[in-house]
Design a binder for this molecule. Structure first.
Ligand SMILES: [Ca+2]
Length: 103
């Protein structure tokens, strides 16, 4: 659980993470969902990750306004159909919440 109850809600907050993906493009992939502490979905499919890359990539995704002021759960989900199911899948690391510098 991530506590965002005290954050400045007038500033954009970002979910940051690094990922490696090896998945059949479009039919298999990863998704990120955000829910509040009671399990209510705040944002489903906040990010959709698919494809095959030879290196780790960084992701920086703005959190929905409804996530601010709450304690939230971040769920990484990977779905695959039965075709070409021997790919490497999805790896995630260095998950964090970041505040972008003011512009
Ligand atoms: Ca597949």
């Amino acid at each position: 659980m991530i506590d965002l109850s005290q954050v400045n809600q007038s500033l954009t907050h970002y979910l940051s993470f690094r990922y490696f993906i090896d998945a059949e493009y479009q039919s298999d992939g990863g998704m990120v969902h955000i829910s509040d502490e009671s399990g209510q979905i705040i944002a489903s499919d906040l990010v959709v990750l698919s494809g095959q890359f030879s290196h780790w990539k960084g992701a920086l995704v703005p959190l929905p306004q409804a996530a601010l002021g709450n304690r939230i759960y971040i769920e990484f989900q990977f779905l695959s159909d039965f075709l070409e199911a021997s790919s490497g899948g999805l790896y995630v690391d260095d998950i964090g919440i970041e505040l972008a510098p003011e512009r």
